[in-house]
Design a binder for this molecule. Structure first.
Ligand SMILES: [Ca+2]
Ligand SMILES: [Ca+2]
Length: 363
């Protein structure tokens, strides 16, 4: 009986010796090692909704960013062969690879990952196909809405790893994990975005036919509010973009909300402008940009106020009085009110993207 513990200890010791002798290597997520970098590119696309400005979000350990997009492209109206996203990793040295995992998240029924091809290279020029998911002729199973992962077991040494992700319309990628044998390297402490400076555009007053755009007068400010929404894709962080004079931001979203799965009465965005003093108003123009057939405006309410508490309706336009098209649109109403506050509320049935609010009047 006394010999058993001794035997156990011997086995344990020999086990430790074996582990040490078989090399210092251990299985780690190489994508998170210090110095490892990646680049993202895509085929021709309708819009790039990615928020991964510093190429760190695919390796930050977060596999579900909630309502936010990470590496996200809209391939609306593009040919099928252009609907892809490429992620190119440079591991900086050659590693024995074991497994690659791609995390994605579908926000609506329009999102998908159709297939993923995995490639490896040692010189960054010649790439070998090392895996493909799903197998030929199969469909990749994934949730209509929610996160999921795609795994590919791999073997062999490589310094460069490439993932080609094919999709149907939208795709949103969250994270890439590249498991392999590391020998002594440490996992990067933290992947953090650099602090970005706050840049406010210079406010200029534009004049037109005796009246000016009061929205662009120095000191005039606005706030944006929305009903309950699925996702906020607004890029107007400093409340300046609706009065910057840019009426068409191209593929960018400005004040943009996705109201997927919300109650109809909650699908609205309100812009409340404070002109800082009472002015004689002449006309108000709301500009928007519909990026796809999912964007629309079904109602637009213009109100003014002198005290910011009691508002009176200037115009309340219904769907048949509003532009319905893909691309830029604007809604203009005339008024002769004397007011300090201007409130514009716009309803949609799905997505809404506002570009600019102009309030013309006398100073
Ligand atoms: Ca991530
Ligand atoms: Ca603008």
């Amino acid at each position: 009986m006394k010999k058993l513990p001794a035997l156990g200890l011997m086995l344990l010791l020999s086990g430790i010796v074996c582990l040490t002798a078989s090399g210092e290597g251990k299985l780690v997520n190489l994508a998170q090692l210090e110095g490892v970098t990646y680049e993202v590119s895509a085929g021709s696309h309708w819009a790039d909704h990615s928020t991964d400005d510093y190429n760190i979000k695919l390796v930050d350990g977060i596999t579900d960013s909630g309502n936010k997009y990470v590496v996200c492209y809209d391939f609306f109206r593009q040919p099928d062969e252009e609907k892809y996203v490429v992620i190119d990793f440079n591991l900086k040295k050659s590693y024995e690879l074991k497994k690659i995992v791609l995390w994605a998240k579908n926000h609506t029924e329009l999102f998908s990952v159709k297939s993923v091809s995995f490639f490896a290279s040692n010189d960054g020029l010649d790439f070998n196909l090392i895996g493909q998911v799903p197998a030929e002729g199969e469909e990749l199973k994934q949730p209509v809405s929610g996160k999921f992962s795609i795994e590919q077991a791999v073997e062999g040494k490589a310094r460069f790893v490439r993932l080609v992700v094919n999709t149907r319309n939208y795709t949103n990628l969250e994270e890439v994990e590249i498991f392999g044998i590391a020998t002594g390297e440490t996992v990067a402490a933290a992947h953090k975005a650099p602090a970005t400076p706050v840049i406010k555009p210079e406010v200029k007053v534009s004049t037109a036919a005796g009246s000016i755009n009061l929205a662009r007068v120095q000191g005039v400010s606005y706030e944006v509010a929305a009903g309950s929404y699925w996702a906020d894709h607004s890029t107007d962080k400093y409340n300046t973009l609706l009065t910057d004079g840019v009426l068409n931001s191209g593929n960018k979203t400005v004040v943009c909300y996705d109201f997927f799965r919300q109650a109809d009465e909650e699908k609205y965005v309100t812009v409340n402008m404070d002109l800082k003093k009472r002015r004689k108003l002449e006309r108000i123009v709301l500009h928007g940009l519909n990026h796809s057939e999912l964007y629309n405006i079904v109602r637009c309410l213009f109100e003014v106020s002198s005290d910011g508490i009691d508002y009176q309706t200037v115009a309340d336009l219904s769907e048949d009085q509003l532009p319905q098209k893909i691309g830029t649109w604007n809604v203009e109403i005339k008024t002769d009110e004397l007011a300090r506050f201007v409130r514009v509320t716009t309803w949609t049935s799905h997505w809404l993207n506002l570009e600019e609010v102009e309030v013309f009047g006398k100073e």
